[in-house]
Design a protein around this ligand. Sequence first.
Ligand code: PHB
Ligand code: FE
Length: 335
Amino acid sequence: MNAVVEFVNVLASKPDAVSGYKSFTLGSFTFCRDEYFAHVSWTTRSGKPMSHTLDAGNFLRALMRDVAWGFFYGWVNFDAVIGTVNRYESVDLYAGSYNGTMKEAEIDLLENFPTAQIRATFEQMLDDWTNEGFDPFAAPQETGSAHGRKRGNNTAKVTRARELAKRCVGLKGDLAMRSDTSGAPINRAFADVPQEAPELHPEPGFENDVHAFNLFAFLSRSQVTWNPSFTSVVKYSFMCPTTEEHILPIIHGNDRVEWFFQMCDEIHWDCGDKNTGKPLARVIMKAGDMAAMPAYCRHQGFSPKRSMLLVWENGSPTLAYEIQNGKSPEIPVQF
Ligand code: PHB
Ligand code: FE
């Protein structure tokens, strides 16, 4: 790991004399930022110089998720051009490779990196490019601007660690329930969410084994958006509730089927072909709706008001390969 970090340091340039930001190199890709934008450049398969520009705030919101989720399941498209594919021991970084038009024009590039190398580079870029007062995990109305010349940093907010429980949250010896009085404040959008804890009547002798908490109270106090938490893990069945506001900062391309349960308010989803980005469907999910995203799609959600979404993931480490070789279906149900 030390060797990887040193390698990244060598590739990070001195800060730009005007903007104050460092540039970073990963294989044939260069990343630099100015006051408004992140610029990615590469040499195409046919040897031509190419570049792509993203809004700095959007870029950092996507980079934050890619880093925090360990490159997630399958594809993390930052936009229609650049992104990563998790190969689980290594990561592909691409520009245009999953954009039908760019791929056809042969102006795309995909390179594979050991996970530790791309993670270290992305972590340093995220820290260097995030100014004080900008939190890439917060809803746009709840944070400052990403723009401008380099001003300080926000290391605490870009290195949040997951709180890990060993047993049910709230049970003796484990994490305290966050809706207690020492917990985070209730979000402005969830002022009407009841905060009562469930009644518990364990049989004598089982007081330390039986527990329950109010999931809605827990979610009403979430400080972050578009960040599923693993609230229950039963074998490979992961229940990952999350609070959503504004736009999912990545376009997720599945390598497995994934389920959504809209627990309140609504989210509008744009779904497209995973490989080309060609639009496939609009899914308007209202409170109580469930949907499954097939393994061949990419999707991005738009949440007009802060809402609660339950993401149900199959975390089996062999599933993506079973789908690739036809042993598991790409769709949840055959009608
Ligand atoms: C998804 O890509 O399916 C996803 C990611 C983050 C969320 C919700 C859904 O918060
Ligand atoms: Fe997804």
